[in-house]
Structures are given as C-alpha cells and as structure tokens.
Design a protein around this ligand. Structure first.
Ligand SMILES: [Mg+2]
Length: 254
C-alpha cells in the first residue's frame, strides 16, 4: 500500500451513541493491518481541545493515538508519546489572525451575545478567544442561525463553525479543511493519498475532493454531510460511527 493519510473527525465519526461500547474496533483493526502493508498516518480533526480529545481517547481505551491532531477546528499538533507538540508556525499565525479578527469585530460579538443570547434556549459561553453559543432546542437553533446570518452578513471574514448544538466563530481561512491541507504539506502527501471522514457541519470544509480522493461519512451523519459526500463522489456508510468508517475503509482499500 502507498503512504496514506487517514483523517477522521472524532465525536460521532469514530464514537457511537452507546459511549460504553468499545471505540471503533473495526477502524483500529483496519489501521493495524494497513500499517503492516505500508505507511499510514492517522490524523484526528476535532472541535475539542487537546485536553478534551486526550481525555476521550483515554476514556475509550483507544489502542493507539493519532499522529496528527487538529483541535478547536483550527490548531495543528503532532502527537508524540501521547503528548501534543504544537505546529508552532501555523498555530502562532492562527492565534494572531484570531486576536486581530475578534479585536476588530468586538462590537459584532457583543451584538451576537445580546441579540442571539437573549433567546431562552441559547447559552453564551467563552470559547476559543471569543464567545460561543450552545443551543438547546430546534427552535433555538433556527433563531440562532437566522440571527447570526443577519449579523454576519457583511462580514465574510468571520465564519460560523457549526457542530450539533455548538456555534463557534473563526476566521474564514481557518477550518478543518485548511488545517488538513497544511498537514498534507508537512507530510508531502496530496489528495490522491488522503481518506477523510466526518459526520457533522464542522466537517464540511474538509469533506471535499480538494483535500481527499476518498471521502466517507457514517450513517448517523447530518443531512448536509450526506448530501455533500454523495455529491463529491464519496462513500455513504450503511452503519454508524466507527463501524461505518471501517466499512468505508474496507470499501476503498480492502
Ligand atoms: Mg463529529
């Protein structure tokens, strides 16, 4: 097997609804046997912080850790001995860009806090250098989506990162897709050698042929993810979570 980069989201993509179930046994089996045939790097791209991801990997008894991680959907780290080593030049630029962005648009963030946060189902939280929203109900999500769209309509440089009930704000150039592109650059691997899997809206930026020839999503994916992966010629698994990702890997690389 030629060198391959396997990039997966974590929650909902490797994990399944029953959190006591073993973590993606089929996925780890595939990874183990693929590595006996050739080089495979595993990257996880998540909305979690490193601490949150590490805790989840330990909680689920992950047999191995990924070699690369994208945290808070925009920072990149290499993992060595189960510790994260930041990719300094990327993360420094990312921090500077976001400090400048949130500084320039503090009034916009205040408006979001006031106008979106006033809904009873919306909680405003401190998040990744700015504010984030956690929304409890479909009515609250509809309200937040509409209001945020209105407030950010003339601000294309601010991007709303959605994942289930969470809303995060980021610079439009920083997302799972651009981070994966940078990891590819560091590994000197292109889309032709990249498999990508995700289940939610924050995965859409990486689930494209621009970054990977092999795209997949589990059966529990958000409707927009199913639609995009289908449109991009990817594989829609019949099974959920990590079982679905193992199904997709076996489909492409058995
Ligand atoms: Mg997910």
């Amino acid at each position: 097997m030629k060198p391959l980069l396997v990039c997966t989201d974590f929650d909902g993509t490797l994990t399944e609804e029953d959190s006591s179930a073993p973590l993606a046994p089929g996925f780890f089996q595939w990874l183990h046997s693929a590595r006996e045939k050739g080089g495979v790097s595993w990257a996880v791209a998540t909305g979690r912080s490193w601490e949150g991801l590490r805790e989840a990997l330990l909680h689920h008894h992950a047999p191995v850790f990924p070699e690369w991680i994208v945290t808070v959907e925009r920072e990149i780290h290499r993992v060595r001995d189960r510790e994260a080593v930041p990719v300094e030049e990327w993360n420094r630029a990312c921090t500077e860009v976001h400090e400048a962005l949130f500084g320039r648009h503090s009034a916009i963030l205040e408006r979001i806090e006031k106008e979106v946060g006033s809904h009873e189902d919306v909680t405003v939280i401190p998040d990744a250098g700015a504010i984030g929203l956690v929304v409890d109900s479909p009515a609250g999500i509809a309200h937040a989506e509409k209001k945020v769209r209105e407030i950010l309509k003339d601000r294309p440089e601010i991007h709303t990162v959605r994942n289930g009930p969470y809303f995060r704000f980021a610079h439009a150039d920083y997302h799972k897709g651009s981070c994966l592109g940078h990891v590819q650059k560091l590994l000197d691997l292109g889309p032709a050698s990249t498999f990508i899997a995700g289940d939610n809206l924050n995965d859409l930026s990486m689930l494209t042929r621009r970054y990977g020839r092999y795209l997949a999503c589990p059966s529990n994916s958000h409707e927009d993810v199913l639609t995009q992966v289908k449109k991009e010629g990817g594989y829609l698994a019949r099974t959920p979570g990590g079982t679905g990702i193992a199904e997709a890997l076996n489909h492409f690389f058995c």
